[in-house]
Design a protein around this ligand. Structure first.
Ligand SMILES: Cc1cc2nc3c(=O)[nH]c(=O)nc-3n(C[C@H](O)[C@H](O)[C@H](O)COP(=O)(O)OP(=O)(O)OC[C@H]3O[C@@H](n4cnc5c(N)ncnc54)[C@H](O)[C@@H]3O)c2cc1C
Length: 426
């Protein structure tokens, strides 16, 4: 580190902006490959409520390949094998993950902050991994058309990180895309989501389920001692829901899920109800010389299917697989960055298309007064066919193109032997 008139300057091989699931996993995987990596996180901790807490089998498989799945599963979590939909008069199984051939045939629900604490804790076993909390990236450093790092603020003053590669993993509001001139394709999802909690009580079901009726759609997730509930509203309806008053909101929850009617009083004020403005977009190009965007910064996902965290992790794996060797060799070409986008663009685009279909044809239809979720007849007929019946479970579990941790011969690594816990080093 050197000190200049603009503050301290760190020189690293890779600087990752943002320590969400994408940034934390990329930091861990690059450090494991011997790459010098600095991760900047603007918050002092990972405590954020109602985030992507849904680890799908694809992510558990990756953690397994890293030798970290067993340790992760020692943390507090719940599991769901089946996703069910309660419709007026009947319950249907939307996806049965229990039938899939995998060591992890379930969705693992775990607070995102626990996941991030665990991943960064493992990353810190490598001396070439550095995490700076309370470090807010402000501006990319550009020289001769190439991104050379980032200026950032810390409680001790401004700093610069100079890097061969800067990765924007700073989530769906990333300002660095615009700063880098990367163009966005935005869609307009027809829904927003209100998140809240209700207690779980003796005799409650174990399942995680969706419930539709009375022009309402709710997703209800078993989080052990409480239910995490997504109450879906039409885009822009939040103001009128608020204007209708808390009592009307509580009543509507109780009407949609009658067994919860007696506990909606736990929603004491609107502070207990968090609005998620559903956003779905993607960058046309995820990179330019010296810069790569991954995770929500490259593609904000709708919460439908709980895929956001899993796609962010998959992007990180694809990026580490493609870039560890070029980074170790000290030369990252645009072609190397393009490989990451080429691997991840189609799976992301395909999932966004499916989410858009589910939002418009299934969820929105259930938000009409007396509406109920319905699939078009051809889709219903298709899903009755044997080989296609398991498709929703497979797509939820593995996405379209699952990523795997590349096993490299030691000689192909970056020259430095990764250190750390033996079982976490492959
Ligand atoms: C309310 C809500 C509910 C959700 N529910 C689900 C769900 O059930 N299932 C699911 O899979 N997904 C869900 N998602 C989406 C999921 O959380 C994201 O897709 C996932 O976290 C994306 O990971 P990421 O690492 O790309 O970005 P993020 O998780 O957004 O992480 C970005 C990180 O960068 C940091 N950061 C931002 N700007 C800067 C800066 N300038 N300098 C330094 N650090 C910075 C942020 O503090 C953050 O830690 C939800 C999202 C929200 C907002």
């Amino acid at each position: 580190m050197e000190t200049t008139e603009i503050g301290e300057v760190r020189h690293v091989t890779c600087c990752v902006i943002g320590c969400g699931p994408a940034g934390a996993m990329l930091g861990l995987m690059l450090a494991r490959e011997g790459v010098d990596v600095l991760v900047l996180e603007k918050h002092a901790d990972f405590l954020r409520d109602f985030r992507g807490d849904t680890l799908h089998p694809s992510t558990m498989q990756i953690m397994d390949e890293l030798g970290l799945a067993d340790g992760l599963l020692e943390l507090r979590h719940t599991k769901a094998r089946k996703i069910q939909a309660r419709l007026p008069g009947r319950t249907i199984t939307v996806a049965d993950l229990g039938r899939l051939k995998t060591r992890y045939p379930h969705i693992t629900f775990m607070p995102q902050w626990d996941f991030l604490d665990y991943v960064t804790g493992e990353a810190m076993r490598y001396p070439n991994f550095r995490l700076e909390m309370n470090a807010e990236a402000k501006e990319l450093i550009e020289e001769n058309g190439v991104i050379r790092g980032v200026r950032y603020e810390t409680p001790d003053g401004p700093r610069e990180a100079r890097a061969l590669l800067t990765v924007a993993a700073d989530g769906r509001s990333s300002p660095f895309r615009e700063q880098a001139g990367l163009k966005m394709v935005s869609t307009s999802p027809p829904i927003d989501v209100l998140w809240f909690r209700l207690s779980r009580r003796e005799g409650d079901p174990e399942d995680t389920f969706g419930s539709a009726g009375n022009g309402r759609f709710m997703a209800v997730i078993n989080r052990g001692d409480y239910w995490q509930i997504a109450y879906v509203i039409r885009k822009g309806e939040y103001r009128s829901v608020r204007a209708g008053g808390l009592e009307a909101f509580r009543r509507s929850v109780g009407e949609t899920i009658p067994e919860f009617a007696g506990r909606t009083g736990e929603l004491r004020d609107w502070e207990a109800v968090k609005l998620l403005t559903v956003q779905a977009d993607r960058l046309r190009r995820w990179y330019r010389p010296g810069l790569l965007c991954i995770g929500d910064a490259a593609h904000a996902m709708s919460p439908v299917g709980g895929v956001g965290i899993n796609l962010a992790v998959a992007d990180a794996v694809a990026a580490a697989n493609a870039l560890a060797v070029p980074l170790g060799a000290g030369r990252v070409r645009s072609r190397d960055l393009m490989v990451v986008q080429l691997r991840r663009w189609l799976p992301t685009r395909a999932i966004q298309t499916l989410q858009s279909f589910a939002q418009r044809r299934v969820i929105s239809s259930s938000l009409r007064p007396d509406g109920a979720p319905s699939l078009p007849a051809p889709a219903r007929a298709l899903l009755r066919l044997g080989p296609v019946r398991g498709l929703p479970a497979r797509i939820i579990a593995f996405g379209i193109w699952p990523e795997h941790v590349k096993r490299r011969e030691p000689s192909a690594r970056t020259g430095r032997t990764p250190v750390g816990r033996k079982e976490s080093v492959k």
